[in-house]
Design a protein around this ligand. Sequence first.
Ligand SMILES: [Ca+2]
Length: 418
Amino acid sequence: MRIHIYLFIMSFVLLFALPANQTIAQENNKPELSERDSSFERWREQFIQKAVARGHQESVVRELLLGLTPDEKVLERDRFQPEFTRPIWEYLRSAVSDLRVANGKAALKQHQELLHHLQDETGVPATVITAIWGLESAYGKIQGDFDIIRSLATLAHDGRRRNWAEGELLAAITMLEQGDVSRQNLTGAWAGAMGQTQFLPSTYLAYAVDGDGDGKKDIWNSKADALASTANYLRRHGWQANKDWGVEVKLKPGFAYELADDTVLSIGSWQARGAEPYSGRKWQQAELGDAARLLLPAGALGPKILTGKNFRVFKRYNNSTAYALGVGLLSRAIAGKDGLSESWPKHQKPLSRAQIKEMQSLLKQAGHDPGGVDGMAGPNTRRALRAYQHQIGLIPDGFASTQMLENLRVNHKKPGAH
Ligand SMILES: [Ca+2]
C-alpha cells in the first residue's frame, strides 16, 4: 500500500511540477527519469484524467498503469514499413498453405458439432468460421503474449494513433472492471488483438459471446466462446446466409475494365456486360446476393473475381483485400473445393514504396488525382491509374505495375528531368 501512495503522490508532482524530474530524482534519491519516461508519465496522468471523466475509477486505472514503461518491441513493429508490399500471390501462398488447409480440415472434423451448431444459428458456414480461426490464430495456437495494457499504453503515448489506442485502452479497462478477464491473462498481439479470434478490446465488448454457457466470454481458452464470437461478429456485420462470397469469372474481349472495384451491379448486369463463371457453368440466381463488385487483385493478367456482400463482411474482420481473399480461398480449400483457376502474373515485380510514390506524382501531373502521394497503391491510386490507362487506350485495370510506371515516365517526364 505504501508504494501505491508514494507513486500516487509522485504522479501528481509530475503532473503539476514539470519539468521537475531533476528535483524528484534528488528528493527521492532515484535515478533521473529519461526524457521518454517523463513524457510517458505526462501522458499517463492525462490519460487517467480522461478515464476518470469517462466514469472509470481513478484508483483502479492508476494501479493498472503505474510502473508501466513503453514497450520497445511494440514501437519497432508499429514503425516497421517494408520497402516492398508483398504481392497478393505470396500472401495467399502462406494464408492457404497446405499445412493450414490440413490443420483446418482436422479442426473442422474435431469440432464439427460446435461449428455446425454455429452455422445453423448464424448462417455463417462452418468452413468460413474455421478459416478465420486459422488465419487469426492458427486455430488457437498463436494468440500473442504481449501485455495488452502495456502495448496499448505504448501506442497511445507514442501518439501516431493516440485516439485509437486510448479508446482501446479504455475498452480493455472496462473488460477488467467487468471481470471478463484477469489483468494477468489480458494478453494478445502487439497491437491489441486478443485471443483465438484476435478481437480488439472494443470488438470484444461489442461482439464477444459466451458460447459454452459458463457465464464467461473467454476468447483465449474456450474454443466454443471464440468461435461463437467470430460467427456472431460476421452475422452482426451483415453476413448473408446461403450466399457465396465470390465467383471467379472470365471477361469477354472488350470488357469495360473501368467497372472494377467501385461499381456495384446485380449478377444479371455483370452477365450482360460479359462476365461468366470461369468454370463455364451457368449463373445461379442471386448466388452472390444482389450487389456484386468486380475484384482484379492483380489486374487484367490475373484472376478476376465477382465478389458479393459476404466478401465485404470478411473485410470488416480485417480491412485488406488480400486477407478477405485468403479467408474465402482457405474456407473453400477446407471444404475440399478448388481454388482459383487463372494463374497469378508472378513475373510482375512488385513496386517499391518509392516507385509507387513516383507513379502517384506522375499520375497527378497527368491530371489524374491519386488522392495523395503516400507510396500505397490504394483505391484512389487505382482509380487514377484506370483513368490514365483509359485515356491512352490501354486496358484500364488499375494495376500498378513496372510497365505502367515506365509508361508514365516516358509520357510525363518532369520538366528538366533526364
Ligand atoms: Ca464461456
